[in-house]
Design a protein around this ligand. Structure first.
Ligand code: ZN
Ligand code: ZN
Length: 265
């Protein structure tokens, strides 16, 4: 393996292991009112890597952020007789996109519509395992136990690729039931990173999905392929600093938290 490739793998390993360790230390907010504007918020977590999938269902419509492959979610969607699935990808990394093809197939089998929204640069990277980083995930687990490696082998596909249907730019708006969503480009962790602002029917900002641009207990990671500390400092950090303390943050890893409980990295 070349020095360059070795170095890249080392940095990726540090990146994910940091998330795994910090995420597993965190308490989960059981008993907290997990709703956005009166709609129940479901959170599912990918084993080992602890990335979050968020699911909202209302009036036979599902809104899913960063999909995982998960049978429970399939059952939940079937029970709610979902007819339309909107998937939002916060960025192009494998741990946030691994359920796209699975959910497309589920939608096809149940006759539901399925639309995938992603930032332009995220959408550009999704079809390529080297750019969505699925190519490198397996290498992260070579030092793990046999049992963990077995789980990892089931979850991770080193050739994973998928596609977006709608390529969103900064300021793109989407109405979903009584919520209005606003997409913001937040590069730094990756070129295609976005945050999604949730506004209620009174046009009040209530929640923010941040992907890996803001994760509790972690400095934002920019030292990976496509990352940019400069973009994070100039664009994304000032943007994140502009939010009030009572905004509910849906992070890419770890617990759902209020902005007042988080520290910017
Ligand atoms: Zn990431
Ligand atoms: Zn992640």
């Amino acid at each position: 393996m070349s020095d360059e490739k070795n170095g890249r793998l080392r940095r990726l390993r540090v990146y994910w292991l940091t998330y795994i360790i910090n995420s597993s230390k965190q308490h989960h907010c059981k008993g907290r009112d997990m709703q956005i504007s009166g709609i129940d918020l479901q959170v599912y977590t990918l084993p080992i890597i602890n990335s979050n999938m968020f699911v909202l269902v209302a009036e036979h419509n599902a809104l899913i952020i960063d999909p995982l492959t998960n049978e429970q979610i399939l059952k939940y969607i079937e029970d709610k007789d979902v007819k339309d699935i909107k998937i939002i990808l916060t960025h192009e990394h494998f741990d946030h996109i691994s359920g796209v093809n699975y959910l497309r197939e589920c939608a096809l089998n149940s006759g539901a519509e399925c639309t995938v929204y992603a930032g332009v640069r995220c959408a550009d990277s999704l079809p390529f395992p080297e750019r969505n980083l699925s190519r490198y995930f397996e290498a992260l687990f070579i030092t793990k136990t046999e049992a963990e490696r077995r789980i990892a082998a089931e979850i991770f596909d080193s050739n994973y690729h998928c596609e977006a249907d709608v390529r969103v730019t900064d300021g793109y708006e989407l109405k979903w039931n009584d919520l209005n969503l606003m997409f913001r480009e937040t590069p730094g962790h990756s070129p295609g990173s976005i945050c999604v602002e949730f506004y209620n029917d009174k046009d009040e900002l209530v929640s923010l999905a941040t992907g890996d641009s803001l994760v509790q207990g972690n400095k934002v990671i920019t030292r990976i392929p496509g990352g940019s500390k400069g973009d994070y400092q100039e664009i994304t950090r000032p943007y994140l600093e502009s939010f009030g303390p009572d905004i509910l943050v849906l992070p890419g890893h770890g617990s759902v938290s209020y902005m007042r409980e988080l520290e910017l990295g």
